[in-house]
Design a protein around this ligand. Structure first.
Ligand code: B12
Ligand code: SF4
Length: 503
């Protein structure tokens, strides 16, 4: 008999389990409850793989998985086709949960891509096992999730960090922080969280990452959290809404988890879930030094490698020796939110680093062979035609400097990868929306990409998006990813639907 079974709800990438459920299990077990983790995501992925349908449904045709509060959590039209295929597997999970005689089921929903399956699991549990209590959590849970409680679909939701609130819930303290709450719960001191308990996870089930850069990536990763929240508050970003305060773990605490996962589960590649790993420079340096010292004692194959999001800092804050230390400490890749090569656009966003800082950081990464992806946005509201040209020039400059490999010399390894995502949707709860909503030159797209500001029109944004991506394809070896193609298709469809509805 179980007190609670935490379930990882599809769909997310098949490379590793999310850390949330393993962390919650550790806290529940520590408090004397019987808890376990089930990864339904990897189960579904491997089952679809047997039918050779995994690529299809986990990539280009994944829209059946996705719904969100701005659509009142209504299943999308594609859900029917998807559910017809996956329903035997979903029913199997329900049978397993019933067989476990668990008092509680805790569904972990990472994003809007987990909401459809999560909702169906709740509906089936309510029909077939109404005695089981249901609590949901994960980053897909927001204050709007209250409607699930109101409709009787779940008993409770926990908004935000769950480690301590879940124990309170199981102990009957329903007024604890985050439970059925309008605002996110945030653990005050991350050094008080326990080491995640992955004992229910069979690591052989996961896909290997075949990375474009190094052999070190050809191994299954494990996720790890060094900090939550961010030191910045960019206008288009939801991180400050989800984690209002920036909180970090000490280098010792993080390294303790790394050593445990290395020894107990044979993990080598650590993927940080942080929005930025270099928020506290003193802890960052201490962390790098620990990894370096650990790796110095090991053969290449046994060394730790890591991957994280990271922010560009001013010249005086990230020193050349820090880049060297990063390179010496098993860094595999950094994901960096550059967003635009235009300094004025970045300034408006709140990124607050100069062109001089930017090019110096890129130079250092090239010098020390640190690989990275620049995450970019096309058509930020204040982006003008000149700003867009600056971005095009920035891409060309990266090729000239040899930072991205050029089509002419395909064998030359590059340190950078450029990722221009979709054109922006301006959500009402975002800071940028609040900055624009009363501006007479702003034409609201009402929860759609079909907004305009001055001469920044949807058609122009799509044109810029195509132009910059074509340039990137022409001068580098990069092709459009399935995600980029899907996002563009969705943007065009969104504009068409919005105009049909609003003229
Ligand atoms: C790693 C990550 C991924 C990985 C996940 C891989 C994996 N196997 O784990 C990948 C790359 C697949 C991914 C993909 C996506 N992601 Co993502 N991702 C993250 C990230 C950076 C970390 C998640 C994490 O592990 N956090 C650390 C752990 C400890 O936290 P946690 O799992 O959330 O668990 C805590 C709480 O949520 C809660 N909790 C969790 N489960 C449960 C269950 C119960 C019962 C309870 C009570 C509580 C609870 O307690 C835990 C401890 O405090 C977050 C941002 C972030 N910092 O969290 C974005 C984030 C979750 N992703 C997000 C998004 C949007 C996506 C994508 C949709 C992006 C895209 N356009 O494709 C996709 C969706 C999936 C897909 N398309 O396949 C958004 C979600 C917002 C939303 N709209 O839903 C986030 C918040 C980023 C952001 N700033 O907006 N993502
Ligand atoms: S630096 Fe990144 S994570 Fe932080 S607020 Fe800006 S966009 Fe969000």
């Amino acid at each position: 008999m179980m007190d609670i079974v935490f379930c990882i709800v599809p769909k997310l990438d098949p490379y590793a389990p999310t850390t949330g459920p393993a962390l919650l299990k550790a806290h529940c077990v520590d408090a004397g409850f019987k808890a376990m983790v089930k990864d339904f995501n990897i189960d579904l992925y491997n089952w679809l793989k047997l039918q050779n349908r995994h690529e299809e449904f986990f990539n280009a045709k994944d829209t059946g998985f996705i719904t969100w509060y701005d659509r009142d959590y209504v299943y999308p039209p594609e859900w029917e086709e998807l559910y017809e295929i996956i329903s035997p597997r979903v029913q199997l999970w329900i049978d397993e949960l019933i067989e476990l005689k668990t008092k509680w089921v805790g569904l972990s929903m990472l994003s809007s891509a987990s909401v459809c399956v999560g909702k169906r699991i709740c509906e089936l549990l309510r029909e077939q096992a109404p005695e089981i209590k249901i609590v949901i959590g994960g980053a897909a849970v927001r204050s709007q999730t209250k409607s699930w409680v109101d409709n009787g679909l779940v008993d409770y939701y926990i908004f935000g960090d769950g480690e301590f609130s879940i124990v309170e819930l199981l102990n009957g303290n329903y007024a604890a922080d985050g439970i059925n709450s309008n605002s996110p719960c945030q653990v005050d001191d991350l050094n008080t969280t326990l080491m995640p308990d992955y004992d229910d996870i069979d690591w052989k089930q996961y896909e290997y990452v075949s990375g474009p850069f190094t052999l070190a990536q050809d191994m299954a990763p494990i996720y790890i959290t060094g900090s939550r929240g961010c030191v910045k508050r960019c206008t288009f970003c939801d991180v400050p809404m989800l984690w209002p305060k920036y909180k970090w773990r000490s280098a010792d605490h993080i390294f303790g988890e790394i050593q445990l996962m290395y020894e107990k589960h044979n993990r080598r590649l650590f993927r940080f879930t942080d929005s930025l790993i270099n928020g506290s420079m003193s802890q960052f340096r201490s962390f790098l030094t620990k990894i370096k010292e650990f790796n110095d004692e090991k053969d290449d194959i046994d060394q730790i490698t890591w991957w994280s999001q990271w922010i560009i800092r001013a010249r005086g804050q990230m020193l050349e020796e820090d880049f060297k230390l990063m390179a010496d400490s098993g860094i595999t890749e950094l994901d960096i939110g550059l967003e635009s090569f235009s300094e004025s656009v970045r300034w408006h966003m709140g990124k607050k680093f100069t062109d001089d800082d930017l090019w110096w950081n890129l130079e250092m990464m090239h010098k020390y062979d640190i690989h990275y992806t620049l995450l970019m946005i096309t058509g930020y509201p204040t982006e003008t035609a000149e700003d867009h040209q600056i971005t095009l020039d920035g891409v060309k400059k990266m090729a000239e400097l040899g930072y991205v490999s050029s089509a002419k010399n395909k064998n030359r390894p590059s340190t950078a990868y450029l990722s221009f995502g979709n054109t922006m949707m301006l959500q009402p709860d975002y800071k940028i929306y609040k900055m624009l909503e009363n501006d007479p030159e702003f034409k609201d797209g009402i929860r759609s990409v079909d907004w305009s500001y001055k001469d920044n029109l949807p058609e122009e944004r799509i044109r810029r998006h195509l132009e910059v991506n074509t340039l990137v394809s022409e001068i580098t070896n990069q092709n459009w990813s399935w995600l980029q193609e899907k996002q563009l298709r969705q943007d065009l469809e969104e504009i068409r639907k919005h105009r049909d509805a609003y003229g």
